[in-house]
Design a protein around this ligand. Structure first.
Ligand code: PMP
Length: 360
């Protein structure tokens, strides 16, 4: 006989909750979790392997708790005059966000985001015993500074999540909205730029807004543009005081020596690691154009994925794509599906499968 959660003294606020559950299926064309489907270039892989191999002889000791070299490498990569004391990192930006919530949310506090947005925000918020409040977007999932400021002032949250560009819609977010939300709030404002590298080259990062805004945090990840999802490395930039707060909640030595070595080596090759971004953006735009021609309704995207409407029965279309070896994401918005831009071949496989299904 096996027990169920109901048989355990689990926290009452976790009863009835569902874990994060994007299906992981070994399909030939997996375009469901916005990974970078291009492998790491071989010359970079060799360098990472060397760095990791060198770190092995020191694995009897705890790693550098302050991951000093890695923070220096992130500061260099981000530019914008950032110093290493403004950088934090953890095992994926999910953990970075969790650290922020542990320090600035917690029981009796409230976090806010504009739905639909990245599904982990509400899960992480509930995980630290805080309340999640959803705000609303306007037509085409866009947000205006006026509406954003009004909603944030009304909710009066301790933490605000702004996903820029937004997952799962791909919608860009202008700096005006960030400034308006910052002004309208007293809490920490997190701008999640997980997909920023896929935005047009002319796009301004929220990093430009950091000076003089000690409650503003800009979160990034190596999982997407850097093709490093399996290594689990996310990071953020903020005022050094924010970093001090995060030291209070992180586990000691949370970034393993292997992770630090691998990430530092990868950042030493950021040009090569990011070489595929242009190619992915090209495939993303091809997806949008082709979906449009097929009669679907793709949304403008500044990320490595496309949300599209006009899907009569998303579950049925998802299943038929699955049966053809193509994994996309049903994110639960009626009439919509989301697909990540893959290699040219993967993208063709998706578009051909969808066209075939439509004609069935
Ligand atoms: N933020 C957003 C908006 C995401 O879409 C994701 C991953 N899908 C993450 C953060 C977390 O990524 P990771 O933990 O791999 O850095």
């Amino acid at each position: 006989m096996t027990a169920t959660l109901d048989d355990l003294p689990v926290r009452p606020d976790l009863r009835g909750q569902k874990p994060y559950g994007a299906p992981q299926a070994p399909l030939p064309v997996a375009l469901n979790v916005n990974e970078n489907t291009h492998p790491i270039p071989p010359e970079v892989a060799d360098d990472i392997a060397d760095a990791v191999a060198k770190s092995i002889s020191g694995l009897n000791r705890y790693p550098d708790r302050e991951f000093t070299e890695l923070r220096e490498a992130f500061a260099r990569y981000l530019g914008h005059g950032l110093n290493p004391d403004q950088i934090w990192a953890a095992n994926g930006s999910n953990e970075v966000l969790q650290h922020l919530l542990q320090a600035f949310a917690g029981p009796g506090r409230r976090a806010f985001g504009f739905a639909p947005t990245y599904s982990m925000y509400s899960l992480l918020v509930r995980g630290v015993g805080s309340e999640w409040v959803s705000g609303e977007r306007g037509p085409r999932f866009e947000i205006t500074p006026e509406s954003a400021a009004r909603q944030v002032a009304e909710a009066d949250p301790d933490v605000v999540f702004l996903c820029a560009p937004n997952n799962p819609t791909g919608t860009p977010l202008s700096l005006d909205v960030i400034e308006a939300v910052y002004q309208a709030s007293r809490g920490i404002v997190i701008v999640d730029e997980a997909y920023f590298e896929f935005a047009p080259a002319s796009a301004d990062s929220a990093l430009t807004l950091l000076p003089g805004r000690e409650r503003l945090v800009v979160s990034r990840t190596m999982s997407k543009a850097f093709a490093f999802a399996g290594a689990r490395v996310g990071y953020l930039a903020a005022d050094p005081a924010v970093i001090d707060a995060l030291r209070l909640v992180r586990l000691p030595y949370h970034l393993s020596a292997l992770t630090q070595a691998a990430a530092t080596a990868a950042l030493g090759h950021s040009d090569a690691m990011l070489r595929m971004v242009d190619e992915i953006v090209e495939q993303r735009d091809r997806i949008s154009a082709t979906l449009d021609a097929l009669g679907y309704d793709p949304y403008p995207s500044w990320s490595n994925f496309v949300l599209f409407g006009g899907v009569t029965d998303p579950q049925d279309t998802w299943r038929r794509l699955y049966d053809r070896g193509v994994l996309v994401r049903d994110i639960g918005i009626p009439g919509h599906l989301r697909v990540s831009a893959g290699t040219a071949e993967e993208t063709t496989a998706f578009l051909d499968a969808l066209a075939a299904i439509r004609d069935e």
